[in-house]
Ligand binder design. Structure first.
Ligand SMILES: [Fe+2]
Ligand SMILES: [Fe+2]
Length: 303
């Protein structure tokens, strides 16, 4: 039932823009696209595997919720959210097809497990699915800040195509970061399910992402090597250190994603993208540049 106490609040961004994801991944794309850290590359590939199942689930859940809502600005936000998520999963699917074709066909087994998990989740109540969606999106906010602000440490020298894709995805996640939360608040607003949704949404996705990562590391026959174990500890430590505080803040009864500042690079990216004459051709981030600036040549000024 809709929450009568819900009131719409302004977002940090004026508009949620649906952009084409015109990434032409090379056919011979190396699944180990972060050459100096195989574990990290496989982790992001594992998370990518979940997206063509998770993101359509989010779209369906939000569409179903919109039928119960009347606030026109929120309904407009949901439209933008769904448009962006639909572009994301289609591009992830293209990337995942290459990962499987270029050395890791066993990832299909992981995809089958993810598919079954989302079919099961889709049978839960709308409130539970919305709490999951809001919780997952809160975690994504931390993920975004981690990827954008630590882009040099994470992606230095990595594939420009995959790096640019992940960063663009994260920019749009920041842009629509309020929508799943607002939809949950407008539909229910109850605290306990939202609290549980933070764990449910975050650990479910990261868990399946890790399953994909372990499948790839097993294929590489390095899963039990000391170097791989050290890489796993380092990478998971970094994830917990950077994303954990976002999860803890999301658990607070007064939490609102509007309280999280948008990274400056994200704002520069949005302003830079708006200067593109043809938005269907996306310039790539230079992963060899120590600053990894936004990939747009026009001067942009932030308001
Ligand atoms: Fe997304
Ligand atoms: Fe999202």
């Amino acid at each position: 039932m809709p929450n009568d106490l819900y009131e719409y609040q302004a977002k940090q961004v004026e508009q949620i823009i649906v952009r084409p994801f015109a990434f032409d991944f090379p056919d011979d794309l190396d699944p180990q696209w972060i050459p100096d850290d195989i574990v990290r590359g496989h982790f992001f590939n594992g998370v990518s595997l979940t997206m063509p199942y998770l993101e359509p689930f989010l779209v369906k859940t939000m569409r179903e919720a919109a039928e119960h809502l009347t606030e026109p600005r929120l309904i407009e936000d949901i439209r933008g959210f769904n448009g962006q998520e639909a572009s994301h999963y289609k591009c992830h699917r293209r990337l995942n097809t290459l990962l499987k074709a270029n050395g890791y066909p066993e990832l299909e087994e992981v995809e089958n497990k993810i598919d079954a998990a989302y079919k099961k989740l889709s049978k839960r109540s709308l409130r539970t699915r919305l709490a999951y969606s809001a919780g997952f999106e809160c975690m994504t906010n931390g993920f975004t800040t981690w990827l954008i602000n630590r882009r040099h440490a994470l992606f230095h020298g990595a594939s420009a195509h995959v790096t640019s894709f992940w960063l663009m995805h994260m920019v749009e996640e920041t842009e629509h970061k309020t929508v799943a939360f607002d939809t949950y608040m407008a539909y229910s607003g109850a605290y306990l399910p939202r609290f549980l949704g933070v764990f449910h949404g975050s650990f479910h996705v990261i868990g399946y992402g890790m399953l994909g990562m372990f499948a790839a590391l097993k294929k590489d026959e390095i899963l039990t090597s000391p170097k791989c174990i050290a890489g796993l500890i380092r990478h998971m430590g970094s994830l917990i250190w950077h994303v954990g505080p976002f999860l803890l803040r999301a658990l607070l009864p007064w939490h609102n994603p509007r309280g999280e500042a948008d990274p400056e690079w994200m704002q520069e990216w949005v302003a830079g993208h708006a200067t593109l004459a043809d938005s269907s051709s996306l310039p790539l981030v230079d992963t060899n540049d120590p600053d990894m600036p936004v990939p747009f040549t026009a001067e942009v000024s932030l308001a």
